[in-house]
Design a protein around this ligand. Structure first.
Ligand code: ZN
Length: 281
């Protein structure tokens, strides 16, 4: 809509009238006619990503000690491209998704950044982080019940958290959050290490959310147990498989799984190297 107005306005004699019409339409209802923005997604290993749109930055499951030390340093110290992040989201406290000291260091040096995660994660800061007092106001911990949606807004980013269980058979009960977030006219969904199946996922009616981009663990692409949740329970326009660096069986198996995903889901956006970027229209 905005582009249409711009082109017509510059090519006709009705410049002032159409310009005025554009301004009035924008003023009357800025949300409905706002075009979706270009989104830049940067992969930080395992299930970690940075999403940048309209000058807003979100890091999700990005702070872990896997992969290249240089990238860990950039993250921990908030060096470009990881400077001035608005929100740090963490789905759960497993080491391949969350390093308390990396996040703590970042928050200590970036007083405008907020941390959203489980209550288990924020409790860990209380116990184990020496500068807890300095960052505690920006630690937001949540423990949604099954079927519940918890909403949080910050700097024009709307976040919804839901409980997506992390497997019923594990010895230690780790709360795993699913994050829905709306930024730059697009809706994103990150599942963390969910092991939820379709019959359990249906409680959230996710297809009604009209998700643009879903970050989904690879087992939802390869296992007959989980595929129905991906195909019927999410309804995303674009999907990004993740958790591929920790595939049992090493690099060869990882490559085999990536090829398998690519052959069955050719439109999936596959990241293979840390710091790889993709621009999503
Ligand atoms: Zn994991």
């Amino acid at each position: 809509m905005l582009e249409f107005c711009g082109k017509r306005c510059s090519n006709t004699k009705h410049l002032s009238f159409l310009s005025l019409l554009c301004v009035l339409l924008i003023a009357a209802n800025p949300v409905q006619i706002r075009a979706a923005q270009e989104v830049e997604v940067t992969y930080t290993g395992n299930e970690g990503f940075m999403i940048v749109v309209e000058g807003k930055k979100i890091l999700i499951d990005a702070f872990h000690r896997l992969g290249d030390l240089k990238h860990q340093e950039l993250l921990q110290n908030g060096k470009p491209p990881f400077d001035d992040v608005d929100l740090i989201l963490t789905t759960h406290t497993d080491h391949d998704h969350f390093d308390l000291h990396m996040v703590g260091h970042y928050l200590t040096n970036h007083p405008k950044s907020l941390f959203l995660s489980t209550k288990q994660a924020t409790d860990a800061f209380t116990k184990y982080y020496k500068n807890f007092e300095k960052i505690k106001a920006r630690l937001k911990g949540f423990a949604p019940e099954e079927g519940e949606r918890i909403h949080f807004s910050h700097e024009d980013i709307d976040v919804t958290m839901i409980l997506l269980h992390h497997g019923w058979n594990r010895k230690v009960k780790v709360t795993n959050l699913g994050f829905l977030f709306f930024i730059g006219g697009k809706k994103f969904f990150h599942m963390g290490d969910s092991e939820i199946v379709l019959s359990e996922l249906n409680i959230y009616n996710l297809p009604e959310e009209k998700i643009d981009v879903a970050f989904v663990p690879y087992w939802y692409f390869t296992s007959e147990k989980y595929k129905p949740a991906l195909q019927k329970g999410i309804g995303a326009k674009q999907v990004i498989p993740m958790h591929l660096i920790l595939v049992d069986g090493g690099p060869q198996e990882r490559l085999r799984i990536m090829n398998r995903i690519f052959s069955e889901f050719p439109d999936a956006i596959l990241f293979s190297e840390e710091m790889e970027k993709s621009v999503i229209q």
